[in-house]
Design a protein around this ligand. Sequence first.
Ligand SMILES: [Fe+2]
Length: 202
Amino acid sequence: MLSRLVQTHPIEPRDEQFFCALVRERELFWANPKSLGLSKTDFDQQPFPQEDRTVAGANFRSLSELPSVCSALKKFAEDKGFHSNRSAMVYNPMSFMRWHTNSNAPGRRHYFTFTKGKAIFRWRHPVTGKIFDEIDRCGWTYRTFIISPTQPVWHTIWTEKVRLSFGFNSSVAAPMPIPEPAPLTADELRRAAYEADPIFFK
Ligand SMILES: [Fe+2]
């Protein structure tokens, strides 16, 4: 297994109940945004930025427009020991958030997301440059990673259906060095070789 800088965790039932109630009560706000018509191919073809881009600047609506959501997320953050709520985004169907780093907010990033369709959290290993795709679960997904200003984890997200994303930051209790990737397994080596030269392996 390659080392995982981005980790997906089981969401605590209490947290899932909190988010379910939060979004169910505001369904009129987020339930039917229009498709932006951006396919997975459009997502794959976006250029990789040459310079740091801390936020992607997407035109998505934010549930933070609702003061009651802001106060609920602030309280949730306090209860969890996070130091701030950073976002409460509504992704349109067939849309993506471009490559960005969030490197202006160092610490540990926590994302609680909800979608029922296919959604991809794509990230780049800051040491090797290797790109990984993490697939959202159907329903709620809880994902974390470390934001280091010197070794940023670039990431970009595509979604097929409406997707809600609640981002939080916490401090990293002790400096966590970014682990080097573990040696590749035999299967991963074969796959890498196949990807490099598929015809040879036919
Ligand atoms: Fe982000």
